[in-house]
Design a protein around this ligand. Sequence first.
Ligand code: AP5
Length: 230
Amino acid sequence: MNDRLGADAPRLIILLVGAVGAGKGTQAAILSRELRLPHLASGNLFRAAMAAHTELGDEARGFMERGELVPDEMTIRMFMEELGASRAARGAILDGFPRTVGQARALDETLARQGERIRRVIYIDVPTEDLIRRVAGRWICLQCGTPYHETTDPPMVDGHCNRDGSVLTQRDDDRPEVVRARLERQVPPMLEVVDHYQRAAIVDRLDGTRPIEEVTAEILSRIGETAASA
Ligand code: AP5
């Protein structure tokens, strides 16, 4: 498929959508390696800003700790800078942005000014009870953001990232009360984003309860159809 993403091909911008713990980060990390496209994750960008104690990170911290969405204006500014960076010159896998219709419109307008658009939206659908179980067993690499799971996707060396060997940690916002708030507050606007792109008939809804590699295979097949039709 990489051959179809040559220099003359339009930028391949793929959006992964799903609730807390649906597997967006897991799939985006694999797709990024398979397609050699950058994985741009708004949550990872906010966590990096918080760790670096930037103004953006300090402002975002309270919203994230309460399980609320960070306001659109801050999020859009941060994400657009990342999408405009040279590492996204061939395209990108977008994880967690846009997450409101306001963010989706801002993204669509920015891309349209450059004669571009979101090429495919992959909606990873997982029932709430599975989401809570997944998030409770999640460990992440603070260095590169790769997620693992104690039972379904353990690292090769206990407690260390497969990619860079960094120590794994649990996220502060994965505490049960914050996960409940994230589900209550963030799923309704996410479903509005799905509706927004469904109007353009570019949404593929996938069963995200299957094993990780099966979900990856289906996403790659859908992206392959998209790249071939460019
Ligand atoms: P963010 O970091 O984006 O969190 P999220 O959307 O809640 O998503 P998660 O990272 O929790 O889940 P995921 O779908 O990536 O699942 P994962 O692959 O890790 O955002 C954090 C916060 O930042 C937000 O709450 C908000 O405050 C703020 N924010 C971010 N973006 C924003 C925006 N655009 N606007 C405003 N605010 C924003 O998988 C979960 C677990 O399940 C892992 O342990 C994994 O190993 C396991 N797993 C994955 N797939 C499978 C499978 N198929 N079978 C079994 N286990 C699996």
